[in-house]
Design a protein around this ligand. Sequence first.
Ligand SMILES: [Zn+2]
Length: 142
Amino acid sequence: MSTYFPPGLPTDPPVLDPETRPYWAAAEQDSLVVPFCTACEQHFWYPRGFCPRCTGDAVEWPRVSGHGEIYSYSVVRRGFGAWAKHTPFVIAWVTLDIGVTVLTNVVGCTEDQLAVGLPVTALFEAGDGNPPALRFTPRAGS
Ligand SMILES: [Zn+2]
């Protein structure tokens, strides 16, 4: 029987500052926005108020589909603090269809489903009184 990785992982308190407010406001609405530099015409990750390529602050926050695929993953079998009682869980790099790669968790899947290239979609998990955490789950039909 394949291990199932349920949703409901702990959330950690993020650093909340004014320049990332658009990201967190969208997350509270279950909507993923990814910063976009209008000078470079490219998205970038992680959320911040300036472009890491050109250091410009011409940043927009468009909503994106949240579709991507697993670039790499690992099953974590030992955790610390709040994570210890949620093992095993999956930590993964997910590359979104807009080109950015996000360090995240994959939930709602079995170990047999996990694969590099698995199509996934974003979801936000609230909990612990912290803002929602961005996670991914296999796309329907995958
Ligand atoms: Zn730029």
